[in-house]
Design a protein around this ligand. Sequence first.
Ligand SMILES: [Zn+2]
Length: 108
Amino acid sequence: MAQEGNRQIAAERIEILLSLAQEWLKPRPARARGCILLARKIGRRYNVRFSTKQKMLFCKKCSTPLIAGYNLTVRLSRPARALLYICKNCGYAAKFRYGKKKQGKKPE
Ligand SMILES: [Zn+2]
C-alpha cells in the first residue's frame, strides 16, 4: 500500500532530521530546534514512533537536541531504576528506565 511506503519515507526523514539537528546545535541552535520540531511533526502526521534511542536525542519538553556535557546532564536514579536526562535549557528531567521489568509491554 502507498500508505506504508509513505511511513517508510517519513521514518527515513525523521532519522535524517535528528542527525542534522545534532550537527546544527552548536552553530545554529534555532535551526537545530526547528529540525526536531519538524521531525516530531512528521512522526505525528505519519504515525511513526520514535525509538528509545531517538527519544534520547532531544528534550521532550522544549525540543532542543541534547548533547551530553554540552546541554545535557545524565544522572542515575537508583530508586526509580532510571537514567535521568536533564535538559540544561529548560530543566526538564526525562526518565529512561533500565533493568528487567517492562510492565504492560509486549515483547518485540
Ligand atoms: Zn528542555
